[in-house]
Unconditional design. Structure first.
Lengths: 185, 447
């Protein structure tokens, strides 16, 4: 299915967008809603993601379209949230995830330190590979897909209290790992 | 560095890992919090991902509600059957309130995927945290309603957490059509579903019990029926996979099975009596390279030498009721080498290939996109063929090598294949590793 839709993108056939929305629309909307907590914004986000896919395929040729679209949607939603002029933000799962991480890592929102984003990404990637599967699932479910604690606990088959401890220890582990890799936190 | 950058940096997580996380989320995900009241807390029922459009609010609904008549059963129950009044109207688009009363409504719904497939056993098999055992005759009797249609027979198994706690009972009930069955789950907690519902699901009442019933008909001619309800303190789900040709009979049988369980006396205490006969050992343990090489059974076939410039990411020894393996991952930027050692499983045997069977492994025969060029019956083996170790040659390895056009990823050769040494299988997945170097590693086990 993925390869067929990607081929439509490559052929510049607008059926690609229609099929993308049909097959992945609800899935992507959930990802966006986890960040934005607003249905209309989420729908617009999904539209933007489809447009971003149209613009980037070709030259990209993602092997797994679903993951590619998820990444686009996630990024667009995060950017949209940051650009929101409204002071009041709903306590979206994204905001809650952000505040959890802020407890562990210094939240220097207003001061951008000069560092290599690529080095950070590679360091985090290495860290993820050291984790047991259960922890990988919990960590990425919470901080990549922004599922609520309740949702993550449910599909990881553990109580919320245990999940909170697990995530706390993992955040500490990530912090120590980044310090060891030379990042100034 | 700020926390947003850390969140954004998670984008770099392995595709395979993200997909696996997504699969587990999807397999066991609670319903979305978008407009939802219900909270799920139990194990997954299936890998169907659907979306139910708000019938009251959506302007995109194509199909009006269609009521289903609950007929008196054509095959008598053990006792006198009860007649159900038939429905007599089809609500219009403008009606937003569903009728309640002595009728059961099947609501049409759209799937999350175009082709919905049921893989209950498959989903459970791949789950790290659950195992299942077949119910004994005595246990099955506890979940067999005393009044049931003559054509209905049951098989079942229990699904347990790793510590032996029962999560749910799954029953397979035969119907009046030999090739069709209904899968039933029974649990004390609300089950998980692999779908995201943007609006509150619609329910209807029957005999004083609230049901949610949905129906999906796919372009390929298949039809799914799905129902959920709570009887006597137990949460039930019912699902049937049929065809559009048999839909009418399917709905009749489905409704009768629901009625049968609604009138049964199965209670939460019955669930507590189901125990696993044996709790399997489940673990996923990190290891050092030395521990891995020394590990009995697997270590002799572990990666003999780390490729130059690569760093060890993880080495794990994994075991669950369905699979056991020793695996390692090494990386260099976006380049990767996965090396996995396991015992040949029965299901693997269909991927065994001989050197002369080029159509089963030679990627040069199949241009990208391979979803179109590889014949359907060969897809699984072309994706990951298992060579016989004694037939290995550089040509065989190079037949598996290709380069991808994906920007922002490794530019090196990519390969996926496996090799059989006696009963042991080594699976190799690589990006940016010299195929000749991999060949040298694989033949070193002969020296």
């Amino acid at each position: 299915m993925d390869e067929k839709i990607v081929s439509l993108f490559w052929d510049r056939d607008e059926e690609a967008i229609k099929q993308t929305e049909q097959v992945y629309g609800t899935y992507l909307q959930k990802i966006a809603y986890n960040i934005l907590s607003d249905r209309e914004d989420s729908k617009e986000c999904v539209n933007d993601a489809c447009l971003a896919a149209w613009r980037s395929i070709p030259p990209h040729r993602p092997k797994v379209l679903r993951s590619y679209l998820a990444k686009l949607t996630r990024q667009i939603a995060i950017d949209r949230l940051r650009n929101r002029k409204s002071v009041k933000r709903k306590a979206s799962a994204y905001s809650l995830s952000l505040s959890e991480l802020s407890d562990t890592f210094s939240c220097r929102d207003s001061v951008e330190e000069a560092f290599s984003a690529e080095l950070l990404r590679q360091a985090i990637r290495r860290f993820l590979h050291t984790l047991p599967k259960e922890t990988q699932i919990a960590f990425l479910g919470r901080y990549y897909y922004f599922d609520s604690l309740k949702e993550v606990a449910a599909y990881c088959g553990m109580k919320e209290s245990k999940l909170k401890s697990l995530l706390y220890r993992t955040r500490q582990g990530l912090k120590n790992h980044l310090i060891k890799e030379g990042f100034d936190l | 560095m700020n926390t947003r950058q850390i969140l954004q940096a998670l984008d770099v997580a392995d595709e395979d890992l993200l997909q696996e996380v997504d699969r587990i989320r999807c397999t066991k995900h609670k319903r979305s919090s978008i407009g939802y009241k219900w909270l799920a807390a139990a194990a997954c029922l299936c890998v169907l991902c659907i979306s139910v459009w708000a019938l009251a609010n959506s302007s995109q609904r194509d199909t009006p509600l269609i009521e289903t008549q609950i007929l008196a059963p054509s095959v008598p129950l053990n006792e006198e059957p009860s007649l159900v009044p038939s429905a007599s109207f089809i609500p219009t688009e403008s009606e937003s309130v569903l009728p309640t009363g002595e009728i059961m409504l099947f609501h049409p719904w759209s799937p999350f995927y175009n082709e919905a497939t049921m893989a209950l056993d498959g989903a459970l098999r791949q789950d790290l945290f659950l195992f299942s055992t077949e119910l004994t005759k005595e246990e099955l009797l506890s979940f067999t309603p005393s009044k049931k249609p003559e054509w209905m027979s049951l098989k079942g198994y229990g699904v347990f957490l790793g510590d032996g706690t029962l999560r749910q009972i799954y029953l397979t009930a035969s119907t009046s059509l030999p090739e069709t069955s209904v899968t039933i789950s029974i649990g004390e907690q609300e089950p998980f579903y692999c779908y995201v519902l943007p609006e509150d699901p619609q329910t209807s009442c029957y005999n004083g019990v609230e049901y949610t019933l949905t129906r999906y008909t796919a372009p390929n001619g298949s039809a799914e029926l799905f129902g959920e309800a709570k009887f006597n303190g137990c949460f039930y789900t019912f699902s049937l996979h049929g065809t559009q040709d048999t839909l009418a009979q399917n709905e009749e049988d489905f409704a009768l099975i629901l009625q049968t369980f609604a009138e049964s006396d199965i209670r939460p205490e019955d669930l507590a009596t189901v125990q696993p006969r044996e709790i399997p050992e489940i673990f996923d343990s990190p290891m050092t390279y030395k521990e891995a090489v020394d590990l009995a059974l697997y270590g002799s076939y572990f990666l003999p030498e780390i490729p130059a410039g690569f760093t060890e990411e993880s080495i794990r020894h994994h075991q669950d009721p369905y699979t056991a393996y020793l695996s390692g991952l090494w990386t260099r930027g976006y380049d990767e080498l996965h090396w996995k050692v396991s015992v040949l499983a029965e299901a693997d045997k269909q991927r065994l290939v001989h050197a002369e069977d080029t159509e089963r492994y030679d990627l040069s025969l199949y241009p990208i996109p391979r979803a179109d060029s590889v014949p359907k019956e060969l897809r699984e083996v072309v994706d990951n063929p298992i060579f016989y170790a004694e037939e290995l040659s550089p040509d065989l390895i190079w037949a598996r090598a290709y380069k991808s056009g994906e920007q922002g990823d490794s530019n090196g050769w990519r390969m996926t294949f496996s090799v059989l040494y006696g009963d042991m299988v080594i699976e190799v997945r690589s990006k940016g590793v010299d195929p000749d170097w991999i060949y040298e590693q694989l033949v070193s086990f002969f020296s």
